[in-house]
Design a protein around this ligand. Structure first.
Ligand code: URA
Length: 214
């Protein structure tokens, strides 16, 4: 596997993304690599503008995402895209990715060893983009992101914290974190749509305030 850490920091963002894709493709040590190969799946890197400063982070790719190797192209993804469009947030300001880059067996929740392994890819995406607004979706991603940006969050639950604006710290400065209910929740319970719409309004307001939509 290519050692991401040893990469020269003078690379352009595009080069670093290419390198990241290559490293993930050839990561035979990844805990879900054999599941990837057995099912004919592809690893799923993030997608979006290399200049985006708003990062949406889901948990792990679904089956459709793993077949095509692209994030958020299934039912939950369509819902997320619709919400983003509804609130007139241009896709050019957004980067979409996941905490885990391979589909888990039967879509089960990722386990700690998987999070520990795949986090290096998310960390590289964060290092390349230096997002100023981060939107974690799902419990495990929220917990990872809040720890990562040093926001105190003992026993935090998404149901209690979604739509809240929190201030985190990165080595490149302050970062706003706004957890979002995972859009897949609305596929099972349509009442979640109201909550998602409310939280997306908050995200739009924070992005506007930070001047990230220009
Ligand atoms: N759910 C996620 O968390 N990520 C995807 O890419 C698709 C569905």
């Amino acid at each position: 596997m290519v050692d991401i850490d040893s990469q020269t920091r003078t690379d352009t963002k595009g080069q670093r993304f290419e390198e990241l894709h290559r490293a993930l493709e050839t990561d035979t040590h990844a805990p879900l690599y054999s599941q990837r190969m057995e099912n004919g799946y592809r690893p799923v890197c993030g997608e979006g503008s290399p200049d985006a400063q708003i990062m949406f982070i889901g948990e792990a790719p679904g089956a459709r995402e793993a077949v095509f190797g692209r994030p958020f192209i299934g039912a939950a993804g369509h819902l997320l895209h619709d919400l983003i469009k509804l609130y007139k947030i241009d896709r050019k300001y957004i980067y979409l990715t996941n905490l885990i880059k391979d589909r888990t067996p039967e879509g089960r929740n990722p386990v700690e060893s998987e999070i520990n392994h795949y986090a290096r890819y998310l960390e590289e995406e964060i290092d390349i983009l230096r997002p100023l607004l981060v939107v974690p979706m799902g419990r495990l991603t929220m917990s990872y992101v809040l720890s990562r940006f040093r926001v105190p969050h003992e026993n935090a639950r998404v149901v209690d914290m979604h739509g809240e604006v929190m201030v985190g710290q990165a080595d490149y400065g302050r970062v706003k974190v706004v957890p979002l209910l995972h859009p897949s929740a609305a596929l099972y319970d349509s009442r979640c749509m109201k909550t998602l719409a409310h939280d997306m309004r908050v995200i739009h307001a924070v992005a506007t305030e930070l001047w990230l939509l220009h």
